[in-house]
Design a protein around this ligand. Structure first.
Ligand SMILES: [Cu+2]
Length: 295
């Protein structure tokens, strides 16, 4: 009951915070610059990538509207205290210092207030964790395998039964509009508005599968199948990167997910079944890996 009341208050604060014209928030908003469906950082961007799933939007709100204002107020408060002490209590201004060692009121206050702040942060934080960890009934599943240094995607029987490797595109192969260090030869493709369950693992060392715009961050651990999910609300191309130092080409194993309408997705699956059917297993073409082609 109390939790519900607090979460109502937070919802109100959330709406209020959206309209609150604090400088920091304005900065974040303008940096985002309405890049519809852009799943990558733009020059001069501040703050997080704009989310395209409910989880990513919640992360956005949690950071921009709750954590950022709290840390700003705390930092300014501490700065104010420091300046006050420096001016008011330096040896010149205050030659005979007070001998006070205890103040019950102060001690209770500096214990209780931080606890309350942490509780305010903890409630939406746990709610976010619940959103991330409770996987709704999926419409489809994709298996993602992190490898040194590329990703493999496997679409199970229900989705066409094929798999492929996804390598970074070398700079010389980039077509106009493709992004250096983010474009890949084979993008993973998913339909818009569908709940996609990701099963993430690794073949060699620990990697981490991260797509900021989807609010997805999960470790890829050899011998373990981790699960997460997302439901992309708009079409477009969304990029991510490996986020666990995994060896020399850690920085050159981008993740690219293309979100398409249901019809376009079906057409892609039909194509992909033919294109990737010849490879018995995705890792079979490991022989022609463009290993360090990125540089
Ligand atoms: Cu990696």
């Amino acid at each position: 009951m109390m939790l519900r009341t607090i979460s109502h208050v937070l919802d109100g604060a959330r709406k209020g915070a959206r309209a609150f014209p604090a400088a920091a928030l304005v900065l974040c908003q303008s940096a985002r610059a309405d890049e519809a469906g852009s799943g990558y950082a733009t020059p001069g961007q501040m703050s997080l990538l704009h989310g395209t799933t409910s989880v990513a939007e919640y992360i956005d709100w949690f950071h921009n509207s709750l954590l950022l204002p709290i840390i700003t107020v705390i930092s300014l408060f501490v700065l104010g205290l420091l300046i006050y002490v420096i001016v008011k209590f330096n040896a010149k201004a205050n030659p005979t210092p007070s001998r006070t060692t205890h103040s019950t009121v102060l001690e209770v206050a500096w214990t209780i207030i931080p606890v309350l702040i942490l509780v305010v942060i903890a409630i939406p934080s746990f709610r976010l964790l619940t959103m991330e960890l409770t996987i709704p009934k999926p419409d489809m599943t994709i298996k993602v395998t992190g490898k040194q240094w590329y990703w493999s995607y496997d679409y199970p029987k229900e989705e066409g039964d094929f798999g492929f490797d996804s390598f970074i595109k070398a700079e010389k192969d980039l077509k106009p509009g493709e992004l250096r260090l983010l474009a890949v030869d084979n993008e993973a493709v998913v339909p818009v508005g569908k709940i996609v369950r990701l099963q993430v693992t690794a073949a060699d060392v620990i990697h981490s599968f991260v797509i900021q715009s989807f609010g997805v961050r999960i470790d890829a651990v050899p011998g373990r199948l981790n699960e997460t999910w997302f439901k992309a609300e708009k079409e477009g191309i969304f990029y991510g990167q490996c986020s666990k130092i995994c060896g020399k080409d850690h920085a050159f194993m981008p993740i690219a997910f293309r979100v398409l309408s249901q019809e376009k997705y079906a057409a892609w699956v039909a194509d992909a079944k033919k294109k990737f059917a010849s490879a018995a297993s995705p890792s079979d073409h490991a022989a022609n890996e463009p290993d360090t082609a990125a540089r």
